[in-house]
Design a protein around this ligand. Structure first.
Ligand code: COA
Length: 440
């Protein structure tokens, strides 16, 4: 049958599509820039028609419809990564949070969470009946294999990305046409501290290396410092606007990669229209599911893999806290540990944790003697390797406990070094540094 006829049969209003969601259902949705906000809006407008429906996705940006008080008993939100939109609700128990490695999320969804309905965003079909999942393939692609009901918001603003993003209209049960600009994640202005961190990180990246960039303020600062590099590869669960000029200018050309040579491989995009437009019909970018991209042995297939992620706190043993502040869930593990491990396994690879030396306007040190009680360790002291602040680079792998503490104190903010040295002395019964001081 002509695909156009099938498409027409599956094309319904949002009101009709959501009638397929039953009381007690779990619904998984695309997240971030691909959140199907048109269908979600109609769901919340009709919230009284739903009872005990769990909505699960990675994280929310912008307005969060699911956690308003009036939706209690109708919708309950379940996240894998806290954000500004969901942090308070997770903290007070209104919303749920699950922690696991990002590469595991597809299997956790399939075998534990078991959503019955999947709602995704796609671009309009091409002349052969193929749509694209656009900015997000991550965990959502596999939900089309096992969910009983598959609903797609067809949105002309979704970029037609390649790789595993391409799906045929036969992969869906219902289409709802709603065009609206995608939620955006704008880049923030790069501070002097981030610039200094970017320079140190860039000094750890050699021509021909393959990189992964994490989430937060630092990745764009690193991109700015890569302008003089050559033959950089990209294998990253996510990218922001920062990579666009690097790919356009041929700095990222993926020519030295062992896998997907010539292609930038990513799981989801987290940026603005600049990035979406660049990804549209761009054969240089391949989208792949997160169970593939973030699987450490797959990451390690590329030589000289350099992963760069950020954290909130690190103690003098090198235990890295990236997603909690005390017992408060601040973000999530995301792919940090997947990439720390994958890059460590890669021949010539290195993992980097990069962070400003202080937080809260310089009032607290991120390098601490002991992590805040009830915080969770994200990257263990055995996994950590390079740590970067605006004061330099500490290499922890293979170092004695004394020497890794010394290396960290050296890159702590000067206002906190004395205090850290006193704790070192008490802990180890010797001075942290000789008389020449800690800048030796
Ligand atoms: N104690 C108290 N507050 C702290 C803190 C600490 N040790 N460290 C940071 N904060 C505060 C900051 O001051 C800031 O608040 P403010 O804006 O009011 O000043 C806020 O927490 C966010 O810190 P910041 O470092 O600016 O966050 P970021 O947006 O750069 O993101 C992470 C950094 C670590 C939260 C983020 O990279 C993350 O979630 N990482 C884990 C997941 C991951 O790495 N995934 C891999 C790729 S997705």
């Amino acid at each position: 049958m002509d695909w156009r006829k099938i498409y027409k049969e599956k094309l319904v209003s949002a009101e009709d599509a959501i009638k397929n969601i039953h009381d007690g259902d779990t619904v998984v949705t695309s997240f971030g820039c691909a959140e199907p906000i048109g269908i979600e809006r109609v769901m919340t407008e009709n919230y009284k028609n739903f009872k005990d429906v769990e909505i699960t996705n990675m994280l929310l940006i912008g307005e969060t419809p699911w956690i308003k008080n009036e939706y209690k008993g109708h919708f309950r939100y379940h996240s894998f990564f806290a954000s500004a939109s969901s942090r308070a609700a997770i903290s007070d128990g209104t919303a749920d949070f699950t922690t696991c490695f990002f590469y595991e999320i597809p299997s956790v969804l399939r075998s534990v969470v078991k959503p019955r309905v999947s709602i995704v965003s796609v671009c309009p079909p091409d002349e052969n009946g193929y749509v694209s999942l656009g900015t997000n393939v991550d965990y959502i692609e596999s939900t089309l294999e096992y969910c009983e009901v598959k609903i797609a918001q067809v949105n002309k603003y979704i970029p037609r990305t390649h790789g595993k993003a391409i799906k045929h209209i036969s992969d869906f049960d219902y289409f709802v046409e709603i065009d609206e600009p995608l939620p955006e994640v704008p880049s923030v202005r790069i501070s002097d501290v981030e610039k200094a961190i970017g320079k140190y990180c860039a000094s750890l990246i050699n021509d021909g290396d393959c990189i992964q960039l994490g989430i937060g303020g630092i990745p764009n600062a690193i991109c700015e410092e890569l302008k003089d590099k050559k033959d950089i590869g990209l294998h990253s669960e996510m990218v922001g606007d920062g990579v666009v000029d690097l790919i356009k200018n041929g700095i990222i050309n993926n020519s030295k990669k062992q896998t997907h040579t010539g292609k930038s491989v990513i799981g989801f995009a987290f940026g603005t229209k600049k990035l979406f437009d660049f990804m549209n019909d761009n054969p240089l970018i391949e989208m792949h599911p997160i169970e593939y991209i973030n699987y450490p042995p797959v990451i390690a297939e590329n030589d000289n893999m350099v992963s760069i992620n950020s954290c909130l706190q690190i103690d003098l043993q090198g235990q890295v806290v990236s997603d909690t502040i005390g017992d408060k869930q601040f973000s999530g593990v995301g792919g940090q540990v997947d990439f720390v491990r994958g890059s460590t396994m890669s021949r010539g690879g290195k993992s980097v944790i990069a962070m400003p030396s202080t937080a809260k306007g310089g009032t607290v040190s991120r390098i601490v003697a002991s992590i805040t009680p009830n915080s969770a360790v994200t990257t263990s002291r055995n996994d950590v390797n390079y740590v970067v602040t605006e004061y330099g680079i500490a290499r922890l792998k293979g170092q004695t406990m004394k020497n890794r503490a010394r290396a960290l104190i050296k890159i702590a903010h000067p206002d906190f070094r004395e205090e850290l040295c006193e704790i070192f002395e008490k802990r180890f019964g010797e001075k942290a540094f000789c008389e020449e001081g800690i800048t030796q």
